[in-house]
Design a protein around this ligand. Structure first.
Ligand code: BGC
Length: 758
């Protein structure tokens, strides 16, 4: 039986197609395999001898323990570890294991005979999600979107957020969190951009890596995903991404590489799409060569839900665990892999390697010795964590003397975006249901990937409590005349606009539901209009010149209301900076819309990433485009002065030192950005982000810093050598406040250097 998650209607320019997690007709697969016997029942129970329990000795290393465990396991037990089922209890799920956590993403049976844990898998990057199929949902703390966390440019904050949601995962009985999304933003309309960390491999890699480290500090496994080049949702299980190796290694793959180095994730999830002709989950180059050989990844590779295609190719090309099985006889490695091994299509050693990787990882990360148990959650403490993140990642994009509101305005009109009751979140498998349920029930698609969920955290109520002396009126924004009238009577008008985005659909960059007209009407009525955006990523702003202020609040999480209000009131000095470029028009993009949007739902198609590694601001710099807002941009209520820039080579590494002073009147946080470029050219773009640092300074205080540039960001990848190489010559080093800021520049001469794979 299959589950339909294929409502056919248009959202923005995104056509819902059959690309849900389950039930989509799988893309054409290689020749059918010979039918395998059904053996998906409980593994045969064989009594454990004392010797077979030797692996439990905590004095031994994870490698030694995994080896001993492997020796003690029967073939069925090994196959058990590599076969993952859908976790939801539903009639369409043939495997409603009573031990699975209700409505969770995944479940892998343990080996009780040997004391080896089951694997309970939950989504995702914003917090503990619930699969949408049936209430009641788990109600958990929602972090802000991944893009907002990236906009903090604060690795410690990312780690703290990861630690918080990881603790909720553990307390909810999960030992594998499917979180750590690091796909680069190549398509501003990608419905999952909110789950990721922007367009730059260094920033995204560091932020997601630290996030993963936070999750795993709870002695559970985190999963970096979706490997790789899964940069659009349109036709995600059919699109064949064409990119040359060097470009991939210097962009999307570099983001994964850095995140893996920083976070040491236990698992990697391979994606639905094809890369250069092979499905990502059976892509020898991606899995065996890049990930396992070149990067030395010791964890295990799991499929995205339903992304397995051909048992033999999956196994031989590097997959270690299939997931999301819910149909008897379909995929089910337990059966098909066993048959493939019997028929000598897959070596026994490959199954041993898969089982060993999984066992070793769960031992190493602590999930075996410290079993997960549902337990209490400190929601009050966690609310502070999510609010702190939101307050640092909200970006002040434009401010013509209208913000902060403190004591400047006694009459304020708040309009639109359901700001009277809550803040928006992104949809799909990452949906976290916040305490109390949605503030605006009944919105969005009834089936997958709905519903639209608003956290119960009202910016209007928070503003009223921040500014008790002000009179703050409310208009829903559905009546343009009433909204304009309220704006006319106020000293400042604040318009909240929203754009819901979700897994499995790509979106238009034009705000939906006539909200551009709403902003224009309010701005006509009051010059002191501030727009607060809650969007999944960049949007177009045809009204930009007519408003006095713009704040990008992304999806700000379960404490978004107070976080937005405190930025507006000035209780918080904004310090978020864009992790993505906002285009001025669609013509500036390498592709105006994601590939395949006009094709039928079952079409297979190619997308050629001709921009190569020139992703985001690198593309704009190469083309000389001036965006609406550049990567790295973000205003503050104070000012910073940067000086003493110097670059030198020390022990072969490029070190950059500088000083930052808070030259304004209030405390604030600056993000110092170092961009690098070769004087002789020869890169995909004239600039790359080489390093960054966020620092907090009191008025008049200054700080000197020295940052090291990752040598890969000074290199090109040379496939012939299988390595990055710095070409000898002169390089420019720029200290700037965004990718478009001229900042200050010094030059430095670098020697040739080849950076061997680890
Ligand atoms: C998503 C994954 C998710 C999985 C399990 C898939 O549709 O692409 O990110 O972890 O479902 O819910």
């Amino acid at each position: 039986m299959s589950i339909s998650r294929a409502p056919a209607f248009i959202l923005g320019f995104g056509l819902f197609s059959c690309i849900g997690q389950v039930g989509c007709s799988p893309p054409a697969r290689p020749a059918p395999q010979s039918p395998a016997p059904e053996r998906s029942a409980e593994p045969a129970v064989k009594a454990a001898s004392p010797a077979s329990l030797a692996w439990l000795d905590k004095q031994l290393s994870p490698d030694q323990r995994a080896d001993l465990l492997l020796k003690a396991m029967t073939q069925d037990e090994k196959l058990t570890l590599v076969t993952g089922y859908f976790g939801v209890q539903q009639t369409w799920n043939h495997y409603n294991f009573k031990e699975a956590r209700p409505q969770s993403a995944g479940f892998v049976r343990g080996v009780p005979r040997l004391g080896f844990t089951a694997q309970w898998q939950t989504d995702a990057g914003i917090g503990v999600a619930t699969q949408r199929e049936a209430p009641p949902a788990l109600e958990r703390t929602a972090l802000p979107s991944g893009l907002l966390t990236a906009a903090t440019w604060s690795p410690p904050l990312a780690e703290r957020g990861g630690a918080m949601i990881g603790s909720e995962a553990r307390a909810s009985g999960f030992n594998v969190m499917l979180a750590g999304g690091v796909n680069l933003m190549r398509e501003p309309g990608n419905g999952r951009n909110f789950e990721y960390a922007g367009e730059d491999p260094l920033l995204a890699g560091i932020m997601v890596g630290r996030f993963v480290r936070g999750i795993q500090s709870n002695r559970i496994v985190a999963t970096i995903k979706h490997f790789a080049l899964n940069d659009q949702e349109t036709g995600r299980d059919r699109v064949n991404v064409q990119i040359d190796e060097a470009a991939a290694r210097m962009s999307d793959l570099l983001a994964f590489q850095i995140a893996i180095e920083q976070g040491d994730p236990g698992s990697i999830m391979c994606s639905y799409n094809l890369v250069n002709g092979a499905y990502a989950c059976q892509n020898d180059w991606l899995l065996n060569q890049v990930l396992k050989r070149d990067w030395g990844f010791k964890g295990y590779v799991m499929t995205d839900w339903g992304a397995q295609h051909d048992t033999v190719l999956n196994a031989n090309h590097g997959l270690d665990q299939e997931t999301g099985v819910h149909e008897r006889g379909k995929y089910v490695w337990l059966d098909k892999l066993a048959a493939a091994i019997d028929q000598k299509q897959v070596a026994q050693a490959r199954l041993d390697d898969m089982a060993r990787r999984i066992a070793r990882t769960l031992i190493e990360k602590g999930a075996v010795d410290d079993p997960v148990e549902p337990g209490p959650i400190d929601f009050t403490a966690h609310a502070q964590v999510t609010q702190a993140a939101a307050e640092e990642g909200i970006v002040l994009l434009k401010n013509q003397g209208v913000l902060p509101l403190t004591a400047k305005a006694s009459r304020i009109a708040v309009i639109g975006g359901h700001a009277d009751v809550g803040v928006l979140s992104g949809g799909g498998s990452a949906q976290v249901y916040p305490p109390g349920g949605s503030a605006v029930p009944g919105l969005g698609p009834k089936g997958w990937p709905g519903p639209i969920v608003y956290s119960r955290s009202s910016p209007l109520a928070a503003l009223r409590s921040e500014l008790p002396q002000a009179t703050i009126s409310w208009q829903s924004g559905t009546d343009l005349e009433a909204a304009a009238a309220a704006a006319r009577e106020a000293e400042v008008a604040i318009v909240f606009v929203t754009q819901w985005t979700t897994e499995s659909v790509d979106f238009s960059l034009t705000l939906p539901d006539g909200q551009d007209q709403l902003v224009a009407a309010v701005a006509r009525a009051n010059k002191r209009t501030v727009v607060v955006l809650q969007t999944g990523g960049p949007v177009l702003m045809p009204w930009l010149d007519r408003v006095a202020g713009v704040v990008e609040a992304w999806y700000p999480g379960s404490q978004g209301g107070p976080a937005i209000a405190r930025v507006l009131s000035g209780a918080v000095n904004p310090s978020g900076h864009l992790p993505v470029t906002f285009p001025r028009s669609l013509e500036q993009l390498p592709r105006a819309t994601p590939a395949g949007m006009a094709l039928p739902n079952d079409a297979h198609f190619d997308v050629h990433y001709d921009e190569g590694a020139a992703v985001g601001y690198r593309w704009y710099a190469k083309k000389g485009h001036s965006p609406l807002f550049p990567f790295g941009h973000g205003l503050s209520y104070t000012t910073f002065t940067r000086s003493k820039l110097a670059a030198s080579v020390d022990g072969g590494e490029l070190k950059v030192s500088f000083s930052v002073r808070n030259s304004g009147k209030r405390s604030g946080k600056d993000v110092a950005q170092i961009y690098v470029s070769p004087a002789a050219g020869g890169w995909e773009s004239p600039q790359r982000l080489g390093a960054f640092a966020k620092l907090e300074l009191a008025p008049n205080a200054s700080q000197e810093l020295t940052l090291t540039i990752d040598p890969r960001l000074l290199s090109n990848y040379e496939p012939g050598r299988g390595a990055f190489r710095i070409a000898p010559g002169v390089y420019r080093v720029t200290l700037a406040s965004s990718a478009r800021d001229a900042g200050q520049t010094v030059s430095v001469t670098l020697a040739e250097r080849v950076i061997a794979p680890k």
